[in-house]
Design a binder for this molecule. Structure first.
Ligand SMILES: [Zn+2]
Length: 450
């Protein structure tokens, strides 16, 4: 039996090739969009949703996150405040990784996926790190994501910061999950932490895996200065030069950050058609610098938006991306509404190799649709003002309805399939236990034996 859902009379921000925005309606059959119609109409369906007074967008795509980062929210960390990004890894993230077990991975995946869904993100690319929970951990993350109901690329972040073997174990877990993932909403990919925590052999093995299974490979690159110094000192090369020489860059490669890069490196990113995940809020938090995104865009580099496991509200990340480059360049013309909306939809889908089926509202694409209904509309909401509303004023709480794979998961701002109070209670108990263990974790993790 076919199930149909229609979304009627909304301002549709299509993100199609022509970037059309118009008043219209959408018909969904099972998990696909089958009709997109301009003008006032009511498309008959089993479930008809009135979207008047609303903006209708494709499901947003977050190209870089760490779902388990959500466990840091309000965490009682007793530590000397880090004075740079590397200390941030040593004092916060690495003890956090080492404390993670399978249950922590599950509850963080579930709650983070719900936060993403609540603000309209329907697909994400996650990398998990936890040296004491490697084999099988991606199944626990999958369980959490599937309970929430959204789509994900999930992966284990391979690193040799503790031992060479552990790096390859991480890759093995990625391969196991890539081969195993059966649900159409879930995908595996390859993840490598960063060039400064791995040898060349692991980088090459990761790329081979990505090529073998035609899945994305993602790596933190040139986030802080440490990455650059490490590669200059050990290899006599800047970070992207080393990755280029090893054959790591390419169309299936998604680098997170690319902050500490020069023009030569940008040319390598552009010529290899490598994609970039830009994480403006995280870059500010970690004080690593500002990625040269306007330059990347003018060179034709595919830039997308990630949240890096920090703030999960889709619109806060969009807005930060819109603003940070203006003040950096002292030029308010830098970054347009359309550019930041592309970066959070179609560009992010392209970065993950799924632009043929997600990232825009078009007949034939998978039915991931978001209805945003601003409670207060002080100015006319129409096809001319929709971009301005989305980038300048909307936040996650304005998201009214979210449809993923043809299924209505959020309606009237409420979760349809989920008892959120029950999940909050469960999370509170589990995370309190995680925090107790984290408090005991070593403040100092050995930097590198590389
Ligand atoms: Zn990251």
């Amino acid at each position: 039996m076919n199930k149909t859902v229609s979304v009627n009379n909304g301002i549709i921000v299509t993100m199609n090739n022509k970037r059309e925005v118009f008043n219209g309606s959408i018909l969904i059959e099972n998990n696909r969009i089958v009709q997109v119609e301009k003008g006032v109409s009511r498309l008959k369906a089993d479930e008809e949703i009135d979207a008047s007074g609303s903006i209708v967008t494709p499901g947003f795509v977050c190209s870089h996150t760490h779902l388990y980062g959500i466990l840091l929210r309000g965490a009682p960390l007793k530590l000397k405040p880090p004075s740079d990004f590397t200390q941030n890894l040593q004092r916060i993230w690495w003890p956090m990784d080492e404390t993670m077990n399978e249950d922590d991975a599950y509850i963080s995946a579930l709650t983070a996926s719900l936060e993403l869904l609540r603000s309209g993100t329907t697909t994400f690319a996650d990398t998990f790190s936890g040296p004491n929970a490697i084999k099988g951990v991606l199944d626990m993350i999958e369980k959490g994501v599937l309970e929430a109901g959204i789509r994900g690329f999930i992966s284990f972040e391979a690193t040799q910061r503790r031992s060479n073997e552990e790096g390859f174990e991480g890759l093995k877990e990625n391969e196991r999950y890539i081969k195993k993932s059966k649900d159409e909403r879930m995908n595996g990919m390859v993840s490598i932490h960063a060039s400064f925590t791995v040898h060349d052999d692991l980088l090459k093995a990761g790329k081979e895996l990505s090529d073998k299974y035609s899945v994305p490979i993602t790596i933190h690159t040139s986030e802080g200065k440490w990455d650059l110094y490490h590669n200059l000192e050990r290899y006599g090369k800047r970070t992207f030069e080393r990755l280029y020489d090893l054959g790591i860059l390419g169309e299936r490669t998604l680098v997170a950050h690319a902050v500490q890069v020069n023009e030569d490196e940008l040319r390598l990113i552009a010529s290899t058609r490598t994609s970039v995940a830009h994480n403006a809020l995280s870059n500010m938090l970690n004080a690593v610098g500002i990625a040269p995104v306007p330059e990347m865009l003018s060179m034709g580099i595919n830039v997308s938006i990630g949240n890096d496991g920090y703030v999960f509200d889709t619109f806060e990340n969009i807005r930060a991306t819109y603003l940070i480059h203006k003040v950096n360049k002292l030029d308010p013309r830098v970054m347009s509404f359309q550019q930041v909306l592309e970066m959070s939809t179609i560009n992010a889908a392209k970065a993950l190799g799924i632009a043929d089926r997600l990232g825009s509202i078009e007949a034939g694409k998978l039915a991931d649709v978001v209805i945003i209904r601003p409670a207060v509309r002080p100015t006319p909401l129409n096809s001319g003002s929709a971009y301005g509303y989305l980038v300048n004023s909307v936040n996650g709480k304005d998201v009214d309805t979210v449809i993923v794979n043809g299924e209505v998961l959020l309606k009237g701002g409420k979760f349809v399939k989920i008892n959120i109070e029950e999940i909050n209670k469960k999370a509170e108990k589990m995370v309190a236990d995680y925090w107790r263990r984290l408090e005991n974790a070593s403040e100092k993790v050995e930097v590198l034996g590389l």
